[in-house]
Write a protein that binds this ligand. Structure first.
Ligand code: ASP
Length: 589
């Protein structure tokens, strides 16, 4: 037996017991010839005392040669720590091991960083020595909590009748709006598999197959530029169910999130029912389709108040059909120089200008205040629910005005610490448009993916006014980040073809790419819908961590590189040849 106990479990009730422990040397201290070793493993730390009087000279020699992170096995007896030397900060702090034997199982060279301390180490060093980084208590905690969350999700979904089914990694393209990773086929030269951007088509086909309720902790692979804390592979809690409406999926997901939160934070959600807000409301009131409701301020439409004022610019804007929108931030003070910086930023964002009024009770200070009657000034303060602080104004097309104020809303909240970091704010955003116009591609593209069902009452606008069609889609937002998204799907082959053609995909192309799927829909596809939650982001946010790399064992850098294995790497000419490939660019040096 290499060990009889772990380093985290011994206490006073084990006094006198002969034990064998194994682990890493966290520290070694020489106190007048007696050597104290803190022995660490995943479960905790135990103090082992090596006294030259109870060990052979040979053994003691070995103890004297120990370094941090050497791997040892120690045999000895559990004894009470001498009074006054107990350590209440660790679970094993009242006992120590009076060692009788030691075996060195492996050595460790000097370390690039300390294991015990969570001090700042550059991320590239952490990723290059990920095995040491993962040995640190913080990372161990993160990955263990991630595991608990996964178990909680699995248990909950299984209880609800969901069946976990693995879907292929080598497959055809599933469009989620990113580029595909491709894998060349050796058996059919010149052909390629695509790695799944999500199991979307597979899970829909499982509904056609009658599984009724599917889930998977699915790896999704997207070849994107890795801005903003993205990873080329991420994990989703992916689910799909038949004969459901949006509210069924939303209610299920709220309970799922509750169970995951309970597993990670050991406390249930504050409120079980997440607020629901439509896409249109979210854009108008927060300038974003993923509003952060931890911030109190809300954008108001004050066009009508200005329509009768003598402030020419806003009166004219109102007369031209534009909207005047306002954002009030309470309890802040800004100097005129600071306000100038915001005005410049507004211009950069494409606004014609940014007006402001400082409010202090019934006192209003602003270069534009003289154009506005005292009654309207107090109406503005009242509508914006502000007694002290600053109101900002933008006059423009309604969406543009709100989006610009929405950017300031986030920026001011950050600058003035208006967000309570500890609170978790979940909400649903519903009624997304089905389609949007992509300037880049010069065509309509799906807001979610092409399999999202249009609202039945909007189907008739697909040809005439496609941008007016709303989808039966819903996003789950947590603290201003989209944490999940899903929809009711199209289950009629005809409607699916119609949507492909509205997207401007020629029939020949969609038949070639998705013919198998369109055919499956013809064979008795039930109405169905689902959702996927970004598992990495959910765990990171629950743990209050900025980056999802903190909850992924082996993440990649911004350039998609694994600093541990040096992937991606060149491959041998022989391998290229077997795949029928030749590099059109010189081999990287
Ligand atoms: N496949 C979607 C995604 O990855 C989620 C869904 O619609 O279920 O975002």
């Amino acid at each position: 037996m290499l060990r009889t106990v772990t380093c985290g479990e011994l206490a006073l009730n084990n006094l006198g017991k002969e034990v064998i422990l194994a682990g890493w040397v966290a520290s070694r201290r020489d106190h007048g010839g007696i050597i104290f070793v803190d022995l660490r493993d995943r479960y905790g730390v135990t103090q082992v005392v090596f006294n030259p009087e109870s060990l052979s000279p040979d053994c003691f020699q070995q103890v004297s040669s120990l370094h941090s992170e050497d791997v040892i096995q120690a045999k000895g007896k559990v004894v009470h720590r001498p009074s006054g030397t107990e350590n209440s900060r660790i679970a094993t702090g009242e006992i120590e091991i009076a060692a009788s034997e030691i075996a060195i199982l492996n050595r460790c060279p000097s370390l690039p960083f300390e294991i015990i301390e969570e001090g700042s180490v550059s991320e590239s060093v952490r990723l290059s020595y990920r095995y040491l980084d993962l040995r640190r208590p913080g990372m161990q905690r993160n990955l263990i909590l991630r595991h608990k969350a996964a178990v909680a999700a699995r248990n909950f979904l299984s209880e609800q009748g969901f069946v976990e089914i693995e879907t292929p990694l080598l497959t055809r393209s599933t469009p989620e709006g990113a580029r595909d990773f491709l894998v060349p086929s050796r058996l059919e030269l010149g052909k390629f598999y695509a790695l799944p951007q999500s199991p979307q088509l597979s899970k829909q086909i499982l509904m056609v197959a009658g599984f009724d309720r599917y889930f998977q902790l699915a790896r999704c692979l997207r070849d994107e530029d890795l801005r903003a804390d993205r990873q080329p592979e991420h994990t989703q809690i992916d689910l799909e169910a038949s004969f459901v409406e949006p509210e069924d999926i939303q209610a299920l997901v709220e309970e799922l999130v509750n169970r995951v939160q309970q597993a990670v934070l050991d406390k249930p959600l504050d409120r079980k029912l997440f607020p629901r807000i439509t896409y249109q409301e979210a854009i108008a009131a927060y300038g974003s389709d993923k509003p952060d409701l931890r911030i109190d301020s809300k954008i108001e439409d004050v066009t009508d108040l200005f329509a009768g004022s003598s402030f020419e610019i806003f009166r004219k804007a109102a007369a031209e059909g534009k909207r005047v929108r306002s954002l009030a931030v309470s309890q802040i003070e800004l100097s005129n120089t600071q306000l100038k910086v915001y005005q410049e930023k507004a211009l950069e964002l494409g606004a014609k200008g940014l007006a402001w009024i400082k409010v202090n009770g019934a006192e209003f200070t602003s270069p534009i205040a003289k154009f506005i009657s005292p009654e309207i000034l107090s109406c503005l303060a009242e509508q914006n629910h502000i007694k002290q602080g600053v109101i900002f104004f933008v006059a423009d097309e309604p969406v543009k005005a709100s989006v610009i104020l929405g950017i300031f809303r986030l920026q001011l909240a950050k600058e003035f610490n208006l967000i309570s970091e500890k609170s978790l704010n979940f909400l649903w955003v519903t009624d997304f448009p089905l389609l949007k116009y992509s300037e880049e591609e010069k065509r309509l593209v799906s807001v979610h993916h092409p399999f999202t069902a249009p609202r039945p009452e909007d189907i008739s606008f697909l040809d005439s006014e496609p941008l007016k069609v709303r989808g039966l889609a819903y996003d789950l937002v947590l603290n201003g980040t989209e944490i999940g998204g899903g929809s009711i799907r199209i289950h009629s082959s005809e409607l699916q073809k119609k949507v492909f053609s509205v997207l401007g995909i020629p029939e020949q192309d969609f038949q070639e790419q998705f013919g198998f799927f369109l055919k499956a829909l013809e064979y008795g596809a039930p109405p169905h819908g689902g959702l996927a939650i970004g598992f990495d982001r959910l765990i990171a946010t629950l743990l209050g961590l900025e980056s999802i790399r903190e909850v992924i064992a082996f993440p990649k850098t911004q350039k998609g590189a694994c600093l541990l294995t040096n992937a991606p790497a060149e491959i041998a000419d022989k391998q290229l040849k077997e795949l029928g490939l030749r590099l059109a660019i010189p081999k990287p040096t």
